[in-house]
Write a protein that binds this ligand. Structure first.
Ligand SMILES: NC(=O)C1=CN([C@@H]2O[C@H](COP(=O)(O)OP(=O)(O)OC[C@H]3O[C@@H](n4cnc5c(N)ncnc54)[C@H](OP(=O)(O)O)[C@@H]3O)[C@@H](O)[C@H]2O)C=CC1
Ligand SMILES: O=C(O)[C@@H]1CCC=N1
Length: 276
């Protein structure tokens, strides 16, 4: 286990990770965080009882640096860190699109870098975190990264060439489910249900479906077929979803997310795709 872990740029993902590490039993004295704004630093101290320091101090004191700033802020952060980071530090980047090469070329030669794509269910210890090694990261470094991200959910190793796809799928994935739930609550309203009841019905349906997907081992097609009775209600809804091209929309949507992840590796300057 690393002696000291620092989360640099402790925003939504960084704070979720800090919370998971503390819940997993890591003493607050073995965690550091950094923030850009004084009020954010104060909130982190108050909520977690950890030290919030400058990026330079974190780089000097921690063995493992977890970079959790936005991709567009990564170059600035790395420029600030470079003079203070010894090449034996493990650097873990959680930024969408940013390649290990991008990080390596801005830090001292030979620095081990691991790229991780977590997701926000880290807040409830149900994250999916995809882990890839950079040029100088060893099995031991990957093991350290897994140990850290295991504290907030599941981890999976994939080659870095598949990280942009993983970002589109599991990194952004929770947002697609929230979007679907939001749309279905509106549909419940259309059908005359009170908003709070529509919310509770669909959230529990989503939870039940998700537990079955994870725990039954059955393919989603099998689970959907079990709901879809001959000449019943479900098939009438499915016909409308197919007519409206929902499956094709998902294929296009994830391709757009994957492309945006790739563009972020170029420094994030490229504008997002605006559609056909
Ligand atoms: N949100 C998500 O679902 C996921 C996000 N990610 C990745 O995680 C990273 C963080 O995303 P998220 O947590 O959503 O973003 P946030 O904006 O919530 O967090 C980033 C934090 O970094 C701080 N920051 C920026 N620059 C510096 C700096 N130089 N020094 C110290 N702190 C700094 C920001 O400060 P300030 O508050 O002042 O702006 C902010 O608090 C991104 O790279 C994103 O791609 C990965 C997986 C999922
Ligand atoms: O939208 C984003 O760019 C980040 C990365 C994955 C989820 N949120």
């Amino acid at each position: 286990m690393s002696q000291m872990i620092a989360v640099l740029g402790a925003g939504k993902i960084g704070e979720a990770l800090l919370g998971g590490l503390l819940r997993g039993g890591r003493p607050p004295a073995r965690l550091l965080a950094t923030a850009r704004r004084a009020e954010r630093a104060e909130a982190l101290r108050a909520r977690h009882g950890i030290e919030v320091v400058t990026n330079a101090e974190a780089a000097t004191r921690a063995d493992t640096l977890i970079l959790a700033v936005k991709p567009q802020d990564m170059a600035t952060l790395l420029t600030e860190l470079a003079p203070h980071t010894a090449p034996d530090r493990l650097v873990i980047s959680a930024a969408a699109g940013i390649t290990t090469a991008f990080v390596e070329e801005r830090l001292p030669a030979g620095t081990p870098v691991v790229r991780v794509m977590p997701n926000t269910p880290a807040l409830v210890d149900e994250a999916m975190s995809v882990i890839s090694a950079g040029a100088h990261a060893t099995e031991e470094h990957l093991g350290h990264a897994e140990e850290i991200f295991d504290s907030v959910g599941k981890t999976l190793r994939l080659p870095e060439s598949q990280q942009d796809a993983a970002t589109a799928l599991s990194g952004s994935g929770p947002a697609y489910f929230y979007f679907l739930v939001e749309a279905m609550i509106d549909a419940g309203i259309l059908l005359g249900l009170p908003r709070d009841k529509a919310h509770d019905l669909i959230v529990q349906a989503a939870h039940g479906a998700s537990v079955m997907l994870r725990d039954s081992g059955d393919h989603p097609v099998t689970l959907r077929e079990a709901v879809t009775s001959p000449a019943g209600t479900t098939i009438n809804a499915i016909r409308e979803l197919e007519k409206h091209g929902v499956r094709a929309a998902f294929l296009d949507a994830l391709e757009a997310a994957r492309d945006r992840s790739r563009a972020l590796a170029a420094g994030g300057e490229t504008a997002p795709r605006t559609g056909a």
